[in-house]
Design a protein around this ligand. Structure first.
Ligand SMILES: Nc1ccccc1C(=O)C[C@H](N)C(=O)O
Length: 305
């Protein structure tokens, strides 16, 4: 006998959720325990704005550097105090905000602690919805990476880090086809922080009002599905999938299942659940040189594992 509301074995758990529950699972600010939702979002923005101001006051920077002709196609680059501008590891960051909020101008969370250790930090701007579509964002991110490789061909590695929606964009780069960009970036590591890798549930949340994803768009842009179908392009490149203790169960499931599919596909993946942090604190901790995530990133870049 079929029990209503209970899915088939192996069926994604979100398919059994009510619309309200699904909405709740995919609103990260509702899962913040230390603050109210509004205050958590305010603190996150404030922390990003302050870190960006500090980075611009401290480090040599190139701001609003175009990587394409489109209006939003700009990066900010923060350099450590070194003469050799190009022979450095480059850390590229893709901000979160559900592909419809946030900007590079308030996302240089990690610039200070990474530049202090000799890493060039690139904060990537892309056209958020409704101006940009998800396909355009993926293309912009691809071009931003090709741009960095072309401009700094003697780089000591390009590391990609994304938060939330930005982790999705970074994960899409595991599968990027670089041939049409005329360059193969020297990708050395991926840090996927509190990401969404299967976009199908997003189609049924209020986030899709601005995104306007069809089921087909969502599937075409789901690294969870793509990784399962492809050979690893960079089998020796470390891919860290990390989620916050106070992220919602759906965010935990998304990260865990993506990590598992990476392992099955032959990627050098690892998984971390960071204690005591929510969806926003996880990235706010990158302003501190001693935080667990900052240290993991630095150890990966400098191969101290
Ligand atoms: N501003 C963000 C920045 C980074 C990551 C998520 C958000 C969100 O606002 C998500 C959603 N609108 C929420 O209220 O949780």
């Amino acid at each position: 006998m079929e029990v209503s509301g209970v899915g088939l074995p192996g069926e994604a758990p979100w398919k059994k959720m009510s619309a309200e529950e699904l909405e709740h699972q995919y609103l990260p600010s509702r899962w913040v325990v230390r603050l109210g939702a509004e205050e958590a979002l305010r603190t996150y923005s404030q922390t990003g704005i302050e870190a960006t101001g500090r980075a611009q006051a401290t480090w040599k920077s190139l701001l609003h550097v175009p990587y394409g002709d489109g209006e939003g196609e700009r990066v900010d680059i923060y350099f450590p105090n070194k003469a050799a501008e190009g022979a450095l590891p480059f850390f590229l960051f893709f901000h979160g905000g559900y592909w419809q909020s946030g900007s590079k101008d308030q996302s240089a969370f990690m610039a200070d602690p990474l530049a202090a250790q000799g890493v060039a930090v690139v904060i990537v701007g892309y056209n958020i919805a409704p101006k940009g579509t998800l396909d355009q964002m993926v293309d912009q991110v691809t071009r931003s990476i090709a741009f960095v490789q072309k401009r700094y061909p003697s780089n000591e590695g390009i590391y990609l880090c994304g938060h939330s929606a930005g982790a999705h964009l970074a994960a899409m780069m595991l599968l990027a086809d670089w041939t049409k960009h005329g360059v193969t970036p020297n990708l050395k590591g991926f840090f996927l922080v509190s990401g969404v890798f299967d976009l199908e549930p997003m189609v049924y949340t209020s986030q899709n009002v601005a995104l306007q994803l069809t089921l087909e768009d969502a599937r075409r842009n789901s690294p969870q599905l793509k990784v399962a179908q492809a050979q690893p392009a960079h089998p020796s490149c470390p891919v860290l999938v990390v989620v916050g203790q106070f992220d919602s169960p759906e965010f935990h499931r998304q990260s865990w299942e993506f990590y598992q599919i990476l392992c099955q596909g032959g990627w050098k993946a690892s998984f971390e659940k960071l204690r005591d942090v929510d969806h926003f604190e996880i990235i706010e901790t990158l302003t501190q040189k001693d935080s667990v995530l900052t240290q993991i990133i630095l150890k990966t870049i400098f191969q101290q594992f």
